[in-house]
Design a protein. Structure first.
Lengths: 246, 532
């Protein structure tokens, strides 16, 4: 079933959007016309250039409002569906106890040169994120947070030492796709050092990742902006307990 | 207590303030004596840099590293307690006196080729080596002094930033030749201070890269040549704009003393230089950090550089309300360590940040209370006010509002240095329009409310005063608790007191570069810097 929608300003079907951008030209009437032309080409018609301001030498900033002629077919949107049930910490603990009969070990850290631990800490630290407690709060999870700037060999070594069931890697600040390079290096190192059926679950997360890239990056799951500890815990518990059961 | 004796806008009890300071002194003193008893590879390399040793070998390893490593290995072989323990100055200038090479640079090259043996000179040889070392290193210190006078002359000639807070903007392209036009553009748009963010990971390099660099990750390498190029470009812009544009970099990480020395030699104006940041956030060994810290602060004191401390970072990991007193505690410690190293009040850019969750009721009043507490506790220090990062989301509109409130607290509490908040924080590195909008935000608030602090005084016994008093009391309580531990501050750091990070003194990066000083230890730089 197709479900067609348009952007909504203040009336159903008005198609109104707002964009802002900078053009590398000085501010004059031509510049405003150029902004309107760009907006037209983006499908905004009519385009109303409501604000134009010079910025620095030879740059102009614009705010444009207007109607887009595009239609959105909601039924054709592709996303990564959550294919695991959301568990409360209590349910997660019970599931681990039932199937593993020991604590589930999670090793986490930031790899590469990234020193920003906000992501991994939000998921692992007891304090948590978005009102949910972090993984350290789960009685049946043993969490080893290696912190920032962990090298890939060290991550593998610690994962082996701790007999990790799952490895969590966060990449926050990245430039020139470093987060993708680092992740590929990481997944390759784990593939090399473990037999396929013994490899820990590999999970990466960060604001710049694309959820659909898991296979391409050689990991089991990619989490993006806004992921909560409960989602990560549920995913890990679901996959590991399933693996044990099969 | 009569109201006239109470301090500042918050009516803090001077006795409470004295108590907090004296506790910070008690807690800090053992750390200073620990620092005095040790040296590090980076302190020794900084000494060689002050004596003029520059450049790197074909692999890009600096000659200071090569030379220090050979000296360390030779002295360790001849005296197992040796190695670094005597410092590099005596063996190096002894070798020069023995005619092993005509200058430091040649000596470093010969040493790394294995054709020089170093020894610890004794008696008259020791005396002669120490005199020669003192002369050579003294030339570097004189150059730092000259750079400081040059800054003072230039400010007198072209003019200073017209008002406070100074507007602090960050440049970070990875390429020094891209950074320069961006920094100049930022200055033209209103920045008073330009900070060149370092490449991620430089703090963990145990050497300072050489030359002009064009490749970095999320920042540009701090090198002597990059410092020189940027300072020269900003000198041009300062003349063009009729106000001196200050340049900031980072004296942190494993090479902190060397970077401080290079900053002094190349007339940088402000340096990030926190007493505990490297321990907590980079897992650098605590002793290494405290030793490197003291030396680098002595250099900054001498060079007339303003330091920026990093308390804002604690609030990125710990809760900004619950952990507010750890910021105050750290500021008091940073102040003690800074003054002990010779820095003056005007050089203390003590850090704090606007990081309370905007969903918390009264979050703005709490922010105001905390910022005002810092102002009243350190009335002569140019506090550094850091914008929200933790509660910035992809909602750039809400972020813009939050930055406006951040600027307002800055105006109300007379901050000395204001790091401009970007609405795209946590989304991407700022675009040209983000920076322009952010500066408009600052300008609007400063034009509209820049002098509001003249009218504004929190009500006696009201929410803000009450909160500030409570935070000061908790800070004193924490210092008292640290003092009461057997292992003092090192124990508290090991325990996760600051930023929730646990860092024991026998672990962390760079520990193998620390040595206990021997009786024979001599470092002319320390001697000259202590003498001031």
């Amino acid at each position: 079933m197709s479900q067609i929608v348009r952007p909504y300003g203040d009336t159903t079907g008005d198609g109104m959007v707002q964009v802002s951008f900078t053009l590398p030209i000085p501010h004059d009437k031509i510049a405003e016309g150029a902004a309107a032309q760009l907006a037209n080409k983006m499908g905004i018609d009519p385009a109303l250039v409501v604000h134009a301001k010079p910025m620095g030498d030879g740059f102009t900033f614009f705010v444009v409002y207007g109607r887009v002629n595009h239609l959105v077919d909601v039924s054709k949107v592709e996303i990564v569906e959550r294919d695991y049930p959301l568990l409360t910490p209590k349910e997660a603990n019970a599931a681990i106890k039932r199937t593993m009969r020991r604590r589930l070990v999670v090793v986490g850290g930031c790899i590469g040169t990234d020193a920003h631990t906000v992501g991994i800490d939000a998921i692992l630290n007891i304090k948590g994120f978005a009102g949910e407690k972090g993984l350290e709060y789960y009685r049946e999870l043993k969490v080893v947070n290696l912190g920032a700037q962990v090298s890939v060999p060290r991550l593998v070594e610690r994962a082996r030492q701790e007999k990790a069931d799952a490895v969590l890697v966060s990449q926050v600040v990245t430039q020139r796709d470093a987060h993708l390079l680092n992740t590929r290096e990481m997944s390759a190192a784990f593939r090399e050092s473990y037999p396929a059926d013994r490899r820990p679950l590999l999970v990466v997360g960060g604001p710049r990742f694309d959820e659909t890239m898991a296979t391409e990056l050689g990991v089991d799951r990619v989490f993006t902006r806004g992921t909560t500890p409960g989602e990560v815990a549920s995913f890990i518990v679901h996959r590991i307990t399933q693996r044990k059961a099969s | 207590m009569s109201p006239d004796r109470r301090k500042g806008k918050l009516g803090l009890d001077p006795a409470e303030i004295r108590k907090a300071r004296s506790l910070a002194r008690t807690v800090g003193r053992p750390i200073v004596s620990l620092a005095k008893k040790h040296t590090t590879v980076s302190v020794e390399r900084a000494t060689l840099r002050l004596a003029g040793l520059q450049g790197a070998d074909a692999d890009g390893i600096p000659w200071v590293n090569r030379l220090a490593d050979v000296v360390r290995a030779d002295l360790h072989d001849s005296d197992p307690g040796g190695g670094l323990a005597h410092g590099v100055a005596l063996p190096v200038w002894d070798a020069l006196r023995r005619g092993e090479a005509e200058d430091l640079s040649t000596l470093a090259q010969k040493a790394s080729a294995g054709s020089v043996r170093f020894r610890l000179p004794e008696g008259r040889d020791e005396k002669a080596a120490s005199t020669a070392a003192r002369t050579a290193v003294g030339r570097g210190i004189k150059r730092i002094d000259a750079r400081r006078r040059e800054r003072e002359r230039m400010i007198a000639k072209v003019g200073d930033a017209p008002r406070t807070p100074w507007i602090y903007l960050i440049v970070a392209t990875g390429d020094i030749y891209e950074d320069i036009p961006q920094a100049q553009a930022a200055a033209r748009e209103g920045a008073d201070v330009i900070a060149v963010i370092r490449s991620t990971g430089q703090s963990l390099l145990d050497y300072v890269p050489e030359g002009a660099t064009r490749e970095g990750f999320a920042g540009t390498y701090a090198t002597q040549e990059n410092f020189r190029l940027m300072r020269a470009a900003l000198d041009d812009t300062s003349r063009e704009l009729g106000r001196y544009i200050r340049l900031t970099n980072y004296a942190s990480g494993l090479c902190m003393p060397e970077i401080a020395a290079l900053a002094g030699l190349e007339r940088l104006d402000m340096m990030l230089n926190d007493s505990m940041y490297g321990i907590l956030f980079r897992d650098i060994n605590p002793i290494r950090t405290f030793v490197d810290q003291r030396f680098s602060r002595q250099i900054h004191a001498r060079a007339g550089i303003i330091i920026n401390t990093g308390e804002d970072n604690y609030l990125t990991t710990a809760d900004a309300v619950e952990a507010a007193h750890t910021v105050t505690t750290s500021q008091l410690l940073n102040e003690y360590f800074a003054k002990e190293a010779g820095l003056e009040d005007w050089q203390l850019g003590l850090g704090h940040a606007f990081e309370i969750d905007p969903e918390v009721p009264d979050s703005f009043r709490l922010e105001l209370a905390h910022a005002m507490l810092a102002r009243d506790l350190f009335p002569k220090a140019p506090l550094k006010w850091m914008p929200p990062t933790r509660h910035m989301t992809g909602d750039v509109f809400k972020g813009y509002l939050l930055d406006g409130f951040f600027n307002l607290v800055g105006a109300l509490t007379g901050q000395g240095i204001l790091l401009v908040g970007m609405m795209t924080e946590a989304v991407m590195t700022p675009w040209i329009s983000d920076r322009d909008l952010a500066l408009q935000n600052v300008r609007y608030v400063m034009n509209a409310a820049g002098s509001l602090h003249e009218d504004f005084r929190p009500r006696d016994g009201g929410f803000i005063q009450h909160r500030a008093h409570a935070v000061l009391e908790e800070a004193s309580g924490l210092l008292l608790d640290i003092q009461g531990r057997g292992g003092g501050l090192l124990d508290a750091i090991a325990d996760g007191t600051f930023g929730l990070m646990k860092r024991p003194p026998d672990q962390g990066r760079g520990l193998d570069g620390v040595a206990k000083k021997s009786r024979a230890y001599y470092n002319p730089a320390s001697e000259l810097l202590e003498a001031k």
